[in-house]
Ligand binder design. Structure first.
Ligand code: SAM
Ligand code: SF4
Length: 335
């Protein structure tokens, strides 16, 4: 047991210790990003979505088993009214050391300070283009200005760190890699380029639409002086600093160079299912147990069963020559 925890740690069959949870707080979103949402998404019934008290209870149990980092995501997490209340509840859970959020940034300018005061530590804003028309074409919303204001408000509110995420899809926005890196450099932040994963709601993923991290890196290093950084264990990205300037670029190479061997994450969907690996269809229903009055040790058993069933990862699926399956769309999974 580690300090601050009261139960044995969560260890999967491959010896990986689970320290992080990504929580989708809603699957709803005000954007319709081409690589994520179907044209006409079907939302869960409102009662299906976990209440803040239920999320807090799950996090309390996870934290007692050594999970110390919580990421809030969605759908768009800021579509959830009063997210600040949840942040504040989670920030008081013993053992939770870090709370971050991934957002499309649309509502961030007006909420950054309140979120910071509630206890949110770090923010990642998704930005697939710095060109207004292209941004609208990708997301379905003419909101580039709002998102940039959101990024600036997050920097101004003192989140540490503020990062940018950009999912890059061939034929959609691969020409944006350099302008996006320039934008990140102008703000002194890191931008992480994400390889297109087969979790899009339209079913448009194909291997040839994946722009590999190598391809992006080659383009970037011809324009920027990049210094490789040591990769932190459990990190999803390979990072490079801009020489002589704060910030840098990173690559989330989930398809061409996935880091499965030190994965320390599990996920909780908005409707209360634990997903041990995003590339696997396995999921474990916690909501029914929560709502039929299960004890903490019953919930702990379900969580341990989920971790006990965690697959080795997409890296091994690809090594054996199989393409990753289209399991569930990103807006449902919580990216
Ligand atoms: N709405 C928030 C946002 O856009 O940041 C949070 C949820 S979104 C699903 C989380 C991240 O997943 C975003 O950075 C988005 O670009 C990324 N994403 C969505 N669909 C993807 C896909 N098919 N492949 C790779 N990344 C994807
Ligand atoms: Fe919404 Fe984020 Fe998916 Fe875009 S990537 S549609 S902002 S959930």
């Amino acid at each position: 047991m580690t300090e601050g925890t009261s139960r044995p740690p969560l260890v999967d069959p491959f010896g990986r210790v689970i320290r992080k949870v990504r929580i989708s707080v809603t699957e709803r979103c005000n954007f319709r990003c081409a690589y994520c949402m179907p044209t006409a998404p079907k939302w869960f019934d409102r009662e299906a979505i976990l209440r803040f008290e239920e999320i807090e209870r799950v996090v309390r149990i996870l934290a007692s088993m050594g999970v110390s980092k919580v990421k809030l995501t969605g759908g768009e997490p800021l579509m959830r009214r009063d997210l600040e209340v949840l942040v504040s509840m989670l920030s008081r859970v013993p053992g939770v050391a870090n709370i971050s959020m991934t957002t499309n940034g649309f509502f961030l300018a007006e909420r950054a300070r309140a979120l910071k005061e509630a206890g949110l530590d770090a923010v990642t804003v998704s930005l697939p283009s710095v060109d207004r028309d292209r941004f609208r074409a990708i997301t379905g919303v003419d909101a580039l200005d709002e998102v940039i204001k959101g990024i600036d408000a997050a920097i101004g509110a003192g989140f540490s760190p503020v990062k940018i995420n950009a999912t890059i899809v061939r034929g959609l926005n691969e020409d944006q890699v350099v302008p996006l890196a320039e934008f990140a450099r102008s703000r002194g932040v890191f931008i992480r380029f994400i390889e297109f994963m087969p979790f899009d709601g339209k079913g448009s993923w194909r291997p040839d639409r994946v722009v590999s991290w190598r391809e992006m890196y080659e383009v970037l290093r011809s324009k920027f002086d990049l210094v490789p950084l040591q990769r932190e264990s459990g990190s999803t990205s390979m990072n490079f600093a801009f020489r002589g300037n704060p910030g840098g670029v990173g690559f989330i190479a989930s398809i061409t160079a996935p880091f499965c061997d030190d994965c320390e994450r599990i996920r909780l969907t908005a409707d209360g299912r634990i997903v041990p690996c995003m590339f696997s269809p396995k999921e474990f229903d916690l909501r029914s147990a929560l709502r039929r009055g299960a004890t903490d040790s019953e919930l702990e058993s379900i969580i341990r069963a989920a971790v006990g069933a965690k697959d080795r990862g997409v890296k091994y699926m690809l090594q054996s020559g199989n393409l990753p399956n289209v399991v569930r769309p990103m807006y449902v999974l919580g990216g």
